[in-house]
Design a protein around this ligand. Structure first.
Ligand code: NAD
Length: 300
């Protein structure tokens, strides 16, 4: 295996993923804008760098996990960015959820340095990152995937090759668009059922054994108290925020517009989460808070 593995972006997801590498004896080199995160990782025994360029000069495999495409692009192309010092044959793996076009652009930039690139967004959330049970949806060359498969396996349990560069992002956005539509539709019927006198536990138990069953209902139910341990049962603390869901839906909207593929349900879901995004009572809450939104706003 040899050489250092680099990890940039030690936030809610990346911090947990990097810890899983560190505790499994990977020689880790890290960088983050946030100095407190660097200190935390230094104390845990990883090498810390003062810039992305320094990290790229030392690592033959580089993982990135940043909020948005703009962040990832500037990390690569900005001052003291990765491209300044990227070594030949380095493999760059971006796990952020970003625009497909940006992943393709990054891959092309990396190739100019005779290095390679995979897009590998994840699902499973903070809990999956913590427990190393993430699903990786990967776009790129299968030989490149083989080079980092052992690292994916230390952070996740499903490693899926989705196609060429950018396919990981398309897969991730298709999944999240479906999830958002399901959550909204579920919140809508739970609100209607309750307003018409049904017990949400009874309604949920019927749905979960009937044709309306879905993950939003049987695992991540948006009604407080129906399932213990969900964000809904903990005052809608995230979880996965409305802000992040709105971001993913806007990326899906970009795909739709660019490729002229209609997504009426996804577009409607996007509008709901844009609405929540602009309301300070909901923006930083878990995306299942859409149930509370219906309950508070659709009175009889
Ligand atoms: P976060 O905001 O918690 O963490 C981002 C980290 O990146 C922070 O530590 C920040 O300091 C650092 N950072 C930002 N810009 C930087 C730069 N230019 N250089 C160095 N460090 C920089 O975000 P997160 O929740 O970990 O999400 C990361 C990505 O994972 C996003 O694309 C998100 O859509 C995706 N994702 C999140 C979840 C979730 O449940 N949170 C689930 C699946 C996928």
């Amino acid at each position: 295996m040899g050489g250092y593995v680099g990890f940039v972006g030690l936030g809610s997801m990346g911090g947990r993923m990097a810890k899983n590498l560190l505790t499994k004896n990977i020689r880790l080199t890290v960088f983050d804008n946030n100095k407190e995160k660097l200190l935390e990782f230094k104390e845990k025994g990883s090498n810390v760098c003062s810039s992305a360029a320094e990290l790229a000069s030392k690592c033959e495999k580089i993982f990135t996990m940043l909020p948005n495409g703009e962040d990832v692009l500037s990390l690569y192309t900005g001052k003291e960015g990765i491209l300044e010092t990227l070594q030949q044959n380095t493999l760059c793996v971006d796990c952020s959820t970003i625009d497909q076009a940006t992943s393709i652009q990054l891959s092309e930039l990396v190739q100019t340095k005779k290095a390679s690139f995979l897009d590998a967004p994840v699902s499973g959330g903070v809990l999956g990152a913590e427990k190393a049970t993430l699903t990786f949806m990967i776009g790129g060359d299968s030989n490149d995937i083989k080079r980092v498969e052992y690292l994916f396996e230390l952070m996740g349990k499903n490693i899926v090759h989705c196609g060429k560069v950018g396919s990981g992002q398309v897969t991730k956005l298709c999944n999240n668009m479906l999830l958002a539509s399901q959550m909204i539709a579920l919140a809508e019927i739970m609100n209607m059922g309750e307003k018409l006198g049904l017990d949400p536990q009874v309604l949920t138990s019927v749905i979960n054994s009937s044709s309306g069953r879905c993950w939003a209902s049987d695992t991540y139910n948006p009604v407080p108290g129906v399932i213990t341990g969900t964000p809904a049962s903990n005052n809608f603390e995230p979880g996965f925020t409305c802000t992040l869901m709105a971001k993913d839906l806007s990326l899906a909207q970009n795909l739709s517009t660019r490729n002229k593929i209609p997504i009426p349900m996804g577009a409607l879901a996007h509008q709901f989460y844009l609405y929540l995004l602009n309301n300070p009572n909901y923006a930083s809450k878990d995306f299942s808070v859409i149930y509370k939104f219906f309950k508070e706003n659709w009175k009889n």
